[in-house]
Write a protein that binds this ligand. Structure first.
Ligand code: ATR
Length: 271
């Protein structure tokens, strides 16, 4: 029997998840469907219940339903509890709903794929919104030497760092508080969407330093271009997108898909 999966969002037509999961299912020979469904605003729990009643086994959840999805779960992973948001729902055999967030594992997997070392690294993370909160637990689990959160609104970064300081060496503040050099600078702000560059000091990167933008687009983002001009290696977030999907897929199907061919297809389509 075919198992049904979907990504829920509003809007959702732009989603690459159906392409990614359909490719993963073909690779691993899974009898499953995966659709993009635009859910109505207001009652996401009702949307999920209806989907389950029609044979739904799991789902990805995106803007603006990640927090509502978090609230409807019967069980939740520690990293999703910390994130306050869920991007992956799984219906267990006993009918309960499990929630997880795979954005962080997707980011960590993509950094590893790009040979970026996190253990012992000095990491600067730009932003203090939902996207950053969602990746902090898995990032800190890799034991960076120091993780500094810098945000336009300094108080948000300090508060977010305080929420996670039991997990590692994390602190936060405004962009003006950024000092020293970093092995890895991750842009988790939405500034790239509007073509803005967070105000960052020169000489920010160590020798061999890496810039990672959690966003992606056909052209390198303004943050990536700035980082390259500073001598850093720049990577966009397309691999994180495929990586979070691979982690969701693994949880649903117990199979680890190969991200490389899917990433190549997406990259080609972007170009
Ligand atoms: P997301 O879910 O993408 O994280 P969010 O929770 O609204 O969305 O957070 C957006 C993040 O991008 C915030 O850190 C925001 O900074 P503020 O907290 O000061 O608002 C940051 N951001 C958005 N536009 C920016 C810009 N033009 N320059 C710098 N930071 C920006």
């Amino acid at each position: 029997m075919t198992d049904h999966y979907a990504v829920f969002g509003h809007p959702i037509s732009h989603s690459k998840s159906p392409l990614i999961h359909t490719a993963f299912a073909e690779q691993t020979d899974q009898d499953m469907s995966y659709l993009a469904i635009e859910a109505p605003l207001g009652d996401f729990a009702g949307t999920w219940r209806e989907f389950v009643a029609q044979g739904g086994r799991g789902a990805n959840v995106t803007v603006p339903f990640k927090e509502e999805a978090h609230r409807l779960c019967d069980h939740i992973s520690e990293r999703a509890r910390r994130a306050g948001a869920v991007n992956t729902l799984l219906l267990a055999d006993d009918g309960t709903t499990h929630g997880d967030t795979t954005d962080g594992p997707g980011l960590v997997a993509d950094l590893r794929r790009n040979n970026v070392r996190l253990e012992g690294a000095r990491v600067l993370l730009l932003g203090a919104g939902g996207a950053v909160r969602g990746v902090l637990e898995p990032l800190l689990a890799e034991r960076p030497a120091a993780l500094f959160l810098a945000n336009r609104t300094a108080a948000k970064a300090s508060a977010l760092a305080a929420d996670f300081n039991d997990l590692g060496a994390i602190s936060g503040g405004g962009f003006e508080a950024v000092t020293g050099q970093f092995d890895l600078v991750i842009n988790g702000t939405s500034a790239s969407l509007s073509g803005d560059l967070p105000p960052l000091p020169e000489a920010l990167f160590t020798e061999g330093g890496v810039a990672y933008d959690m966003m992606y687009s056909a052209e390198p983002t303004v943050f990536m271009r700035w980082a390259e001009a500073q001598g850093a290696r720049a990577i966009d977030g397309l691999g994180m997108l495929v990586g979070q999907a691979a982690e969701s897929f693994l949880q649903w199907r117990g199979r680890q898909p190969d991200v490389e061919p899917v990433l190549a297809t997406l990259r080609q389509q972007l170009g």
